[in-house]
Design a protein. Sequence first.
Lengths: 225, 225
Amino acid sequence: MPKSALAQQPHWKAFASRRRDPTTKREAVLKTAAELFLEKSYGRTSLDDIAERLNITKPALYHYFHKKEEILLECYRWGTGLIEESLTEIAGSAGTGLEKVAAFVYSYANVMTVNFGRCVMRLDEGDLSTQALEEVRTYKRKIDRRLRSFIQEGIRDGSIAPCDPKIAAFSIAGAVNWICMWYEPAGPLTAEEIASQFARTLTQGLARRKPDSLRRAAPAGPSAD
Amino acid sequence: MPKSALAQQPHWKAFASRRRDPTTKREAVLKTAAELFLEKSYGRTSLDDIAERLNITKPALYHYFHKKEEILLECYRWGTGLIEESLTEIAGSAGTGLEKVAAFVYSYANVMTVNFGRCVMRLDEGDLSTQALEEVRTYKRKIDRRLRSFIQEGIRDGSIAPCDPKIAAFSIAGAVNWICMWYEPAGPLTAEEIASQFARTLTQGLARRKPDSLRRAAPAGPSAD
């Protein structure tokens, strides 16, 4: 995750040099907005606040976005885009359903520690227009369907114990989504620590397994299961 | 859970009969308020709305509460009280740390399907006064500490695999807290189905274990682990 590198690079620097391209500047606007939305809430952030933090004038900001709501929607798009990207990669990979769920948890948890990911789950969807809300809900449904399909795949291939895939998907998504409520970028836990342990305990459980003692007792060879 | 029974009993009935005691009427106010806060949001619910749904006058409502914020705090108290009650019972029970975590998930998930529990996690704490917020945060910290202590107990007694109890507690609490975001009292999933599967998969994991085949292969008697 390039998170720490991103955090160390002040976004206003994108506007401090004439050589920077418009895409970099547009991204700097979005990153600054996401930061402010999480710090002060969406409602309390104005276009002026965003321009001020970027050290640019409001007309310069208008070159990229005309309305705060456009910026909000772009933040959602970026965040869900990060999740979708890794989902597509996982879906196309080899491995059991259980391995796909673990990979999903790992990369989704990482996304939940970066600002765009945190925006997706922490900001109030009620601030989106009806059309934008429909778009965001469609993304979220897609993510949920993918996760369910990995669980179903795991039940079929025998890597996951029979369960209700809907409830299982809700419990996994809930655990990961909740990260945005407690994760502190400056806190003692790293994204890597969180993502790894989430991937492990949400698939393997908290319970201690006894593979060694059982393996010692059991004869070698494939099990009957 | 007496949830369905509660839902079937209209709260205004508490005021329709002269024989009802003040405690029942006070509870009816709180239940109605919790319902409205979840339906319309706290900000959009007025004392008039609460009085109207209870079919009483505003002065009659004032007999129980003077400010909306008092009602909000009482809803939080009720919700966290439900969680604490079951936690105390679990803490005092026999069983391994893992069994206590499973019992915790089961009862906490049940609380998250009733309105007072949903209020605790879904309403915006920013609407509480500084003092009330401190009170609510103290409750939440207590719940978190209890869960962590069960996990630590499980690591010590060997029922839980070594892990970071803080991250594990966050993943479990997140999965359960998130219930308030998707659970629909009128939906197809019952509180019992949700609570049972959450308790199972959050402790045992999604992964299929192979106890039968291994048990058949392993000799009887305690394992070396």
